[in-house]
Design a protein around this ligand. Sequence first.
Ligand code: ZN
Length: 91
Amino acid sequence: MKRCPLCRAALNGADTCRRCRAELQKVQEVEREGQALLEAGMHSLSLGDAVAAERLLRRAVALHAAPETVALRQVVTASLRPFGDADAGGP
Ligand SMILES: [Zn+2]
């Protein structure tokens, strides 16, 4: 987290905002957990396990919906979706 989510002041690695005094330790912790889940999801993908990747990415998005996490989850979810079954049944 580079900027305070409340007032946008630069944080420079601090966990308390120097401008508005917001304590961001818990928020940064959640962001880190989301990042770790994203990385675990990408690792699962690299091993060819898209089902595990989707599960990890779903948890990552629930924790911290970073744009790159949301986008990757959409791609993985779409890849798991079964093909249309409109013509599966016979007459
Ligand atoms: Zn602030």
